[in-house]
Design a protein around this ligand. Structure first.
Ligand SMILES: Cc1cc2nc3c(=O)[nH]c(=O)nc-3n(C[C@H](O)[C@H](O)[C@H](O)COP(=O)(O)OP(=O)(O)OC[C@H]3O[C@@H](n4cnc5c(N)ncnc54)[C@H](O)[C@@H]3O)c2cc1C
Length: 363
């Protein structure tokens, strides 16, 4: 593109965003390379206008999340970066069942925290929740906390509003979502930018965490296979390898941990005891299970869930939970700082690999 045309394109974009456009070359955190400019839309309409101008001048658009994906988006020299810091609204609606609707810049942790004040939670969320954005995880898809029961993120998106290349705006549901939710399916290949999404939630006011330590990886694998084969109704199941266990100051060896709704305790407790016992696992006391979850620390503020079954009255999370009308709009909270990922590995599983068989969701 010649210089005059490029200036014309940039002037048109400046006309939409004013001082919310930063002229380049801009290299943003989480991207490779430098772009012509970066913009910060405040609503979906501005994203549509941008897509129209970009289409007219053949400028690629690259959406930015928090930059936690392993394959950070590239910023082509003649592209426009879109930051969603100003589009972080979260709405929770419903009566018997709650749903949550979020703009792309909202953090997963904000959604989870907002829902937890009603005794609800997301069906799945990534372990990068303190930093990762709704738009970013939608664009990469994946397994996360809760995937043992609920599977891939893409299976938990009820609808998504997408601005298409060239400027169209569509609300997609069910099968229509497939081309847009998943690696390389959205802004990356010019297919579209997610501007809002409605996500599945679950009742989550009485989750019970559990954990067990294993010396040998074969025993851990055997325990996972047994839980899977027996169809034990857990909500979440994951493990930490010895590197991560040491980095978090949790001792040595492998840790298998997860959570299940308290109402399933009559079925789950016995199954866990039997499985861990027959695979040489040492069951962790409730307080230790909490430490493994790591959510009672300042690193992960997820008040409300899961909470210990015993001593629940003294739980700091219980006191922070308030019951209020489920019909309300929740304002975004300031970004929280997540610790850098420690050494080691953390894996989440779906109990049934469904249509994504073959992807392991590891990180
Ligand atoms: C400590 C840690 C834990 C993690 N845990 C998990 C996990 O449990 N499960 C898992 O699957 N992954 C996990 N990840 C990987 C990563 O966090 C996720 O892929 C994440 O959700 C990406 O979100 P982000 O906001 O950082 O997006 P970014 O990394 O900024 O972007 C990712 C992609 O999304 C695109 N994008 C961003 N916003 C939009 C939008 N509005 N519309 C269209 N495209 C957009 C970008 O262009 C890019 O291609 C983890 C990473 C770390 C570092």
């Amino acid at each position: 593109m010649d210089g005059a045309l490029r200036d014309e394109a940039l002037r048109a974009i400046e006309g939409i965003f004013g001082d919310r456009m930063k002229r380049g070359p801009v290299g943003e955190e989480g991207t490779r390379g430098e772009a012509l400019a970066s913009v910060s839309p405040v609503n979906a309409h501005e994203v549509e206008l941008l897509a129209k101008v970009a289409g007219r001048y053949s400028l690629p658009i690259v959406a930015l999340g928090a930059g936690t994906a392993f394959d950070a988006p590239g910023a082509p020299g003649n592209g426009i970066l879109v930051r969603f810091d100003l589009m972080r609204g979260v709405r929770i609606r419903g009566g018997e069942e709650l749903w949550v609707r979020a703009e792309p810049g909202a953090l997963w942790l904000e959604l989870e925290n907002n829902l937890s004040t009603h005794g609800w939670g997301l069906s799945v969320y990534p372990t990068s929740a303190p930093r990762a954005t709704v738009g970013g995880w939608l664009a990469t898809d994946g397994l996360g906390v809760g995937s043992f029961e609920y599977g891939w993120l893409s299976e938990n998106v009820l609808s998504a509003d997408v601005v298409l290349a060239g400027g169209g705006h569509r609300t997609l549901r069910g099968e229509e979502l497939r081309p847009f939710v998943g690696p390389g399916k959205t802004a990356g290949d010019g297919a579209g930018i997610v501007v809002e999404a409605t996500l599945r939630t679950r009742r989550a006011d009485a989750d019970v965490p559990f954990g067990a330590a294993f010396d040998e990886p074969e025993d851990l694998v055997g325990a996972v296979a047994s839980l899977h084969e027996a169809g034990v109704p857990l909500w979440h199941l994951a493990f930490l390898d010895p590197g991560m266990v040491r980095a978090r100051g949790l001792g040595d060896g492998y840790l298998l941990f997860g959570a299940y709704p308290e109402e399933r305790a009559p079925v789950v407790e016995g199954a866990l005891r039997e499985t861990f016992g027959s695979h040489r696992g040492r069951i962790l006391p409730a307080a230790e299970s909490y430490r493994v979850w790591g959510r009672d620390s300042s690193r992960w503020r997820l008040p409300g869930r899961p909470r210990p079954r015993r001593n629940a009255r003294s739980s700091p999370w219980r006191s922070s939970r308030r019951r209020s009308s489920p019909r309300e709009t929740v304002r975004p909270t300031p970004p929280s700082r997540a610790p850098p990922p420690g050494p080691g590995r953390y894996f989440c599983w779906p109990s049934t690999p469904k249509r994504r068989a073959g992807r392991d969701g590891s990180e």
